[in-house]
Design a protein around this ligand. Structure first.
Ligand SMILES: Nc1nc(=O)c2c([nH]1)NC[C@@H]1CN(c3ccc(C(=O)N[C@@H](CCC(=O)O)C(=O)O)cc3)C=[N+]21
Length: 290
C-alpha cells in the first residue's frame, strides 16, 4: 500500500478561494487588507519566496507593499523601514523576510514590529498570547501543519505526535498548537540531543520532521499507518529540494506530506489568513467602538 498524499497545493488553493470571499467582504466595509514584505539583500531563494507572496495577494484581492534594502543596509536603516510599515495604513500585516544579513540584530528588528501587524505570528507578544491561549496571529508553518492534517481528516485528538526539530519558526511553536484543547495531541519533541530518535519515531501516530537533515526519517522508523509530514528543506548539488523524509516511507505510512507540495504552500496560505484575520479583528473592534 502506498501512502495517501497530504496535498498542500490543493489545500492552499481551497483556503485562498475562501479568503477571496472574506477579502471582498472586508472591502465592502471599506477595509483592504494589505501584506507588506521587507527583503534585505538579494538571495535568490528569498526573492522567489517574497515574489510568491505578492502573487498570492493579487490572487485573493489583497493589496501588497514591497520594500527592499541592499545587503549592506544598517540596523538603523532596517528599523526605519519597520517603523514606516508600522505607520503605513495600507499595510495591515507584514513580514520581515528571514534570515537578515550577518551583523544585524534580528530579534531587535522583530520586537520593533507592531504585534497587530505581525503576519508571521512570531513576535514575542504573539508567541506569548499563544502560550496564554489568547487570540493572535499563529506561526504560519505550524498552523499550516495543523490545517493540512485537519483538512485530510487525519485524527489529531489523542494522537501521539513526534516533532523533530526545535527551531523558532516550527519546532518550538508547533507543540504549543498541537497541545491546545482544540487539537488535544500528546507531543514528544525530539532534537539533536535525543538519544534514540528511531525509538521515539516508531511510537508516533504523526511525525513532523523539521530538522533540516536529509532523509533523517527512514522507512523502518515509521509505524505502519502513521502520517509523516516532511518540513525539512535541504538542497542537493543541483539545487533540488531534499526533505527530511526518505522516499521509502511512502510504502509504510498511511499519509505523507511531500516536500515540495506539502507544508510549504500551507505556510504561504496561513500568512494570508493571518493578515485577513487581523483585518477582521480590527473591523470588529471598530464596529463595537463605533
Ligand atoms: N519572515 C519569514 N517568514 C517565513 O515564513 C519564511 C521566511 N521568513 N524565510 C524563509 C522561510 C521559507 N519559507 C517557505 C515558505 C513556502 C515555501 C513553498 O511554498 N514551497 C513550495 C515550492 C518549493 C520549491 O519548489 O522551491 C513547496 O513546498 O511546494 C517555501 C519556503 C518561508 N519562510
Amino acid at each position: 500500500m502506498t501512502a495517501q498524499i497530504l496535498d498542500g497545493k490543493a489545500t492552499a488553493a481551497a483556503i485562498k478561494a475562501d479568503l477571496t470571499v472574506r477579502v471582498a467582504a472586508l472591502k465592502e466595509q471599506g477595509i483592504t487588507p494589505g501584506l507588506g514584505t521587507l527583503l534585505v539583500g538579494d538571495d535568490p531563494g528569498s526573492r522567489w519566496y517574497v515574489n510568491g507572496k505578492h502573487r498570492d495577494c493579487a490572487e485573493v484581492g489583497m493589496g501588497s507593499i514591497q520594500r527592499e534594502l541592499p545587503d549592506t543596509a544598517t540596523q538603523e536603516e532596517i528599523e526605519e523601514v519597520v517603523r514606516e510599515l508600522n505607520a503605513n495604513p495600507e499595510c495591515t500585516g507584514y513580514i520581515v523576510q528571514l534570515p537578515l544579513p550577518k551583523g544585524i540584530d534580528t530579534n531587535r528588528v522583530l520586537e520593533l514590529m507592531d504585534p497587530a501587524k505581525d503576519a508571521d505570528g512570531l513576535h514575542p507578544t504573539n508567541l506569548g498570547r499563544l502560550v496564554l491561549n489568547e487570540a493572535a496571529p499563529l506561526p504560519c508553518t505550524p498552523q499550516g501543519v495543523v490545517t493540512l492534517l485537519r483538512r485530510h481528516g487525519v485524527e489529531i485528538n489523542g494522537a501521539h505526535v513526534v516533532v523533530v526539530g526545535r527551531g523558532v519558526t516550527i519546532g518550538r511553536p508547533l507543540p504549543l498548537l498541537l497541545t491546545r484543547k482544540s487539537e488535544n495531541a500528546t507531543v514528544t519533541q525530539c532534537h539533536t540531543g535525543t538519544r534514540d530518535l528511531s525509538a521515539h519515531l516508531r511510537e508516533a501516530d504523526i511525525i513532523v520532521a523539521a530538522a533540516g537533515v536529509p532523509h533523517l526519517v527512514e522507512p523502518e522508523d515509521v509505524k505502519p499507518g502513521a502520517a509523516v509530514l516532511d518540513v525539512g528543506v535541504s538542497r542537493d548539488e543541483n539545487g533540488k529540494i531534499v526533505g527530511d523524509v526518505h522516499p521509502g516511507v511512502r510504502e509504510v505510512a498511511a499519509w505523507v506530506a511531500p516536500n515540495p507540495g506539502g507544508v510549504g504552500p500551507m505556510t504561504r496560505a496561513q500568512l494570508l489568513v493571518n493578515v485577513v484575520e487581523a483585518a477582521e479583528r480590527a473591523a470588529a473592534s471598530a464596529v463595537s467602538a463605533g
